[in-house]
Design a binder for this molecule. Structure first.
Ligand code: LMR
Length: 394
């Protein structure tokens, strides 16, 4: 039967990483996949995670299964981290998942199970894998305007006007903070208007939050998701620990479903555990356990927060530097948006041809839509990128 398989298009973010590795030039610069790097180009294991790992090695006496929905040490701590006390705990059902992507997939599975005809509204643009998973699952998706490529800011009027088209039972996928790929985010007033519209239409928000702590800080980055969860009757939230705990390969994420009441929560919880069982049975435990340990130990948590804050401030500094350098070279303020964007990414507004030219002539690798990973830069490479952008006519 395998001969009947059709070629699949390569994932463009993953393929870009391979192209970078295959490039023999030692001047090449990797601004592709969303992985944090220090100025030395290293993706470190965070101190608190390493300490928790040592403690776990000493203390762990069995590798027997935990709970189907994941260990409560992890899921409870994550509800606290993401939702704070915005909603009552007895309204929130949870499953641990293999990464944030696993949570996204399980969220779509849940939606499809309840309402096979549900349409999922997605920002244009969004993380390409959102679209790929929806297409793979045969779910209908409807893009809504999000990014204005002239101003490189959110096109909120366009977004609201497109969301006027949602119907009861539809799902609207939103990025909780640090929008991927653009770096342009809604302000609080815009979140409020969005919630008002969704509630009026009877559509459900689904929030993907993969970069909490990378934008304006752990609490500020959670403000939107907390607002939505406490103002909508039901909310789905997919959260990733890959980036803010730096445990990418451990595959650690969580899906939360905020229900209207305790009884609905109970049945939702059972369905989420069922979905874990059908798709991979028990979720991975190692990364989840480390996160649970870090979040529930005062010392580890303080150290993790301090390191995460350094990561965030480093990216902010790089944003300022790049915007400043471009201002100098172009003699205009048109790149000021880079300092306004938040999170790991910015979409620069370059054309596909300009992106290709930067790769071919300057060895600078960014996603074809001109998304850069800010953390791929350092003091030395910021001026190189700025010069290349001006050279190719961005
Ligand atoms: C990204 O957007 O680069 C990250 O979320 C990594 C990935 O899996 O695509």
């Amino acid at each position: 039967m395998f001969e009947h398989l059709k070629e699949k298009p390569a994932d463009k973010i993953i393929a870009l990483g391979q192209a970078y590795r295959d490039d023999p030039r030692d001047t090449k610069i990797d601004l592709g996949v969303g992985v944090y790097k220090t100025p030395e180009g290293v993706t470190p294991i965070m101190r608190a995670v390493k300490t928790a790992e040592k403690q776990l090695w000493e203390a762990e006496t069995t590798k027997a299964y935990t709970a189907l929905a994941g260990d409560p040490l992890f899921t409870d701590a994550m509800v606290g981290l993401v939702l704070g006390d915005a909603v009552a705990r007895d309204q929130v059902s949870t499953i641990a998942t293999p990464g944030g992507t696993g949570a996204v997939r399980q969220a779509f599975e849940l939606v499809k199970m309840v309402n096979p005809g549900a349409r999922v509204f997605v920002s244009d643009p969004t993380w390409p894998n959102h679209l790929s998973i929806l297409a793979h699952m045969g779910m209908e998706m409807v893009p809504y305007r999000y990014f204005d490529s002239t101003t490189c800011a959110v096109d909120f009027a366009g977004m609201l006007s497109d969301l006027e088209g949602v119907r009861a039972g539809d799902v609207v996928l939103l990025h909780g903070c640090c929008h991927n790929p653009t770096g342009a985010n809604l302000n609080m007033a815009e979140w409020q208007s969005t919630v008002e519209l969704l509630n009026a239409k009877g559509a459900m928000p689904m929030i993907d939050i993969a970069y909490q702590g990378f934008g304006d800080g752990l609490e500020d980055d959670a403000a939107a998701v907390r607002y939505v969860a406490s103002h909508c009757p039901e909310t789905l939230i997919a959260a990733s620990c890959s980036k803010n705990f730096g445990i990418y390969r451990e595959r650690t994420g969580i899906l939360m479903a905020v229900a209207q009441d305790k009884a609905t929560k109970k049945i939702t919880q059972g369905n989420l555990a069922y979905l874990n069982r059908q798709n991979y049975s028990f979720p991975p435990d190692h990364g989840a356990r480390l996160v649970g340990m870090v979040l529930t130990d005062d010392e580890l948590r303080a150290d993790w927060q301090a390191e995460l804050e350094d990561v965030r401030l480093n990216m902010l500094k790089l944003r300022e530097q790049l915007a400043g350098e471009l201002q100098k070279l172009s003699g205009s303020d048109r790149f000021g948006f880079i300092a306004q964007h938040r999170g790991m990414f910015s979409r620069l507004g370059a054309t596909a041809e300009q992106v290709a030219k930067m790769r071919e002539e300057h060895g600078i690798y960014m996603v074809g839509d001109s998304r850069i990973n800010i953390a791929g830069l350092n003091d030395r490479t910021v001026p190189i990128l700025a010069r290349a952008m001006i050279d190719v006519g961005v």
